[in-house]
Design a protein around this ligand. Structure first.
Ligand code: BMA
Length: 330
């Protein structure tokens, strides 16, 4: 790949998962329509993805995929069920876009829940990726793209989230501000304030967090998605990177000028929703003894392409930091 901005290498055998890799679970989850937007984590040396699988009824399900090398995945023939979610009052239309972190030896999965009145954030936990427990709805109001920090900061759990502020009549929702929120118990959250704004007229007009933040010596490294909406016929979903202060994650200290990944390959340009790359999962291979990602570490970014398939892009911490430190848009 050429050019200063192209520091993400697509895996040569992309897409890594398509509808053909999803085992049938009769009666309704057979011959599925699509698989995309996976959360990712390493557990017991294995790579785990929690996939968004859509059936022909356009219902959404979570399914799990496992891999030894991070590129060849095997999809388990089970629907991931969060015990306790059945107690939620009100109809849940869809759950989707999982983001996974490990905090103090427990794994947490934050995801979007489409309900009457808008989208909420749900939280589930597991210690073994066999049994999953629903902890509750952890938002109120219309909100999406919730990502937990992988550790407490000054004694508080933190997350970035993205209120859905702009709603076209009857159309999909989006928003142009990422916020920081804090919590003592992961269930009750207090909004601290805005972190990052969309840049109107440029690549990232609407924005939302991608995978969870990564701790580096330079700050919290964040992959986000940006949507360009000024092209009339189609929105373009791209990915970018910004860095926030380790001591004050509300403060942005660097932000890319150009996107780092945009729809170019046929599987990104064409599908259920054309022109989409949507990262939700990140695996950083090497950390130092204090938990900082090493600059030379390989980084695997798992993303949904065209809301139809799962793809992988590979880079390094150093490259991501370089992109975040581009000259800002004048
Ligand atoms: C966003 C979310 C994502 C989806 C993207 C493109 O608003 O719904 O899950 O991948 O739109 O359709």
């Amino acid at each position: 790949m050429k050019g200063k901005n192209s520091n993400m290498k697509r895996y040569s055998k992309n897409p890594i998962l398509t509808r053909n890799d999803i085992p049938d679970i009769p009666p309704y989850l057979t011959d599925v329509t699509s698989v995309f937007n996976p959360g990712a984590i390493k557990y017991n040396g294995k790579y785990i993805l929690i996939l968004r699988v859509q059936s022909r009824s356009r219902e959404t399900f979570f399914m799990m995929a496992e891999s030894k090398d991070g590129v060849k995945f095997h999809v388990l023939k089970d629907i991931v069920k969060f015990s306790g979610i059945e107690k939620v009052k009100g109809k849940i239309f869809h759950i989707y876009d999982a983001r996974i972190v490990e905090i103090e030896n427990l794994f947490y999965i934050m995801f979007a829940m489409d309900m009457e009145g808008g989208c909420q954030l749900g939280l589930a936990t597991t210690s073994d990726f066999k049994k999953f427990e629903f902890l509750g709805i952890v938002s109120n109001g219309d909100i999406r793209n919730g990502v937990l920090f992988p550790e407490k900061v000054f004694g508080k759990y933190l997350r970035y989230d993205r209120p859905n502020t702009s709603r076209k009549e009857g159309g999909p929702t989006s928003g142009s501000q990422i916020f920081l929120s804090e919590s003592d118990d992961l269930i009750h959250w207090k909004e601290i304030g805005p972190v990052l704004n969309g840049r109107f007229h440029y690549w990232d007009e609407f924005i939302g967090s991608g995978p969870p933040p990564v701790k580096t010596e330079q700050g919290w490294l964040n992959i986000y998605h940006g949507v360009a909406t000024h092209f009339g016929s189609a929105n373009i979903y791209q990915a970018g990177v910004f860095i926030t202060d380790l001591q004050n994650p509300q403060k942005v200290i660097a932000r890319c000028r150009c996107n780092i990944l945009e729809p170019r390959e046929i599987y990104e340009l064409i599908g259920q929703v054309p022109n989409v790359v949507f990262p939700c999962g990140i695996i950083v291979e090497k950390f130092d003894s204090k938990g900082f990602a090493l600059p030379e570490s390989e980084v695997k970014i798992y993303y949904g392409a065209a809301d139809s398939v799962v793809a992988l892009a590979i880079t390094t911490i150093d490259e991501l930091i370089k992109s975040a430190n581009e000259e800002p848009i004048p």
